[in-house]
Design a protein around this ligand. Structure first.
Ligand SMILES: [Zn+2]
Length: 139
């Protein structure tokens, strides 16, 4: 642990928290349910590690990098299947609070952050209600 990061480190930590932290579980979500949430085409906003580090350096030593100010921190990435490159009609599958998977229309699977499954569940529930998502018991 280093104390030298100061404000920039806190900022980076906050941004990681915003994008990586967990949401509060809605009442309609039972703990063991496996969710299959159709997300179609999805864009992930990834914290950009290089820009986070640049911002830290800028805060520690203003002028050293000759930056005018902070750099944008998030990078937009369209999620695509690593096997067949399909980036449409994707599904996120998993249990609330556990690591999830993307599933493409061909059935390929690859890891998805737990937080994204939670966001997909919450937004689908709020738009379409609790019966709109297919789910199955974990057992
Ligand atoms: Zn695929």
């Amino acid at each position: 642990m280093t104390q030298s990061g100061g404000a920039a480190e806190q900022l980076a930590e906050t941004i990681r928290g915003l994008h990586m932290g967990e949401l509060e579980r809605p009442e309609a979500v039972r703990p063991g349910d496996v969710w299959h949430v159709p997300v179609g085409r999805i864009v992930e906003w990834e914290p950009d590690e290089i820009n986070i580090r640049l911002n830290e350096l800028h805060a520690e030593s203003p002028g050293l990098l000759e930056l005018d100010g902070y750099r944008p921190i998030l990078t937009e990435t369209v999620v695509a299947c690593p096997s067949c490159s399909n980036d449409e009609r994707l599904t996120i599958r998993g249990v609330w609070g556990e690591p999830a998977e993307y599933v493409c229309p061909c059935g390929h699977e690859w890891p998805c952050r737990a937080r994204l499954l939670q966001e997909a569940i919450v937004s689908t529930l709020s738009q379409h209600g609790p019966d709109s998502i297919r789910r199955s018991d974990a057992s």
